[in-house]
Design a protein. Structure first.
Length: 255
């Protein structure tokens, strides 16, 4: 299994417990309990505040710890029998339909890898865990560039860009949902035409390298897409570094 992860930069696995995702769906439906069009037509700031409350409840539900307990075998192989560390909080990835939401471009993250937004050396060894919750289809699935985890950072030229109507402020609800306030765009070094999508069933998740170029998961359906993700790192990769923070400044914790 670790050979597949090393070769492809990702691994798709089926959950050992279906109850885990069911609990996430229950939390999402609790916070998004009105007609779908109501949420689709909300201004981004109001929509983000609702999504943030949902994210906070998911994080308080100890989902990540439960994931650790049920997926021990897979995690053990991913960290090569080392002690696994997890981001102490995850992100609810909510993307409204592109066709119905003119500002939807700011609700999905552009092409990136985690080192674009962190200078900590151990981030290169981190793994992202991404899982679908509701309304995930081929038309709104997370995208990636095959074999891009093998491209050295120094060969990828990226620049900070200003996007019209983006205006995400640091520490705002949008920022706390994982949207970047200073987005960067790849200018050279990656062939984005090779893009493809992860193919996941509702009871599966993907573990992928923090170095894999990913993102740009536009929602081309008529439903709001819900997913969740968090970080994973082998403890030995930290070495003597005192700041155990992931690329989004979440502390890495041990269960």
């Amino acid at each position: 299994m670790s050979k597949i992860y090393k070769k492809n930069g990702f691994l798709i696995k089926t959950f050992q417990s279906k109850e885990l995702v069911k609990k996430l769906r229950k939390i999402v439906k609790k916070h998004f309990n009105k007609n779908e069009n109501y949420y689709i037509n909300l201004p981004r700031k109001k929509f983000s505040k609702i999504a943030l409350k949902c994210q906070e409840e998911i994080n308080k539900s100890n989902f990540i710890e439960k994931f650790h307990l049920t997926e021990k075998k897979t995690i053990k192989e991913l960290v090569k029998n080392e002690i696994p560390l997890y981001s102490n909080s995850g992100y609810l990835r909510v993307v409204r339909p592109k066709s119905k939401q003119k500002i939807n471009s700011s609700e999905n993250l552009g092409w990136h890898r985690e080192t674009f937004y962190s200078k900590r050396k151990f981030i290169k060894s981190a793994t992202n865990i991404w899982l679908p919750i509701l309304n995930t289809r081929k038309e709104n699935m997370l995208q990636y560039i095959p074999n891009s985890h093998k491209i050295p950072d120094k060969k990828i030229i990226r620049r900070r860009v200003r996007v019209k109507d983006y205006k995400i402020k640091k520490n705002s609800a949008e920022h706390k949902l994982g949207y970047v306030y200073a987005p960067k765009k790849i200018k050279k070094g990656v062939n984005l035409n090779k893009k493809t999508k992860f193919v996941l069933k509702s009871n599966q998740y993907v573990a992928f390298s923090a170095m894999l170029i990913h993102g740009n998961g536009e929602n081309n359906t008529n439903k709001i897409r819900f997913a969740y993700n968090f970080g994973l790192l082998a403890k030995n990769k930290l070495k003597n570094q005192s700041r155990r923070l992931d690329s989004r400044n979440h502390e890495y914790i041990e269960f």
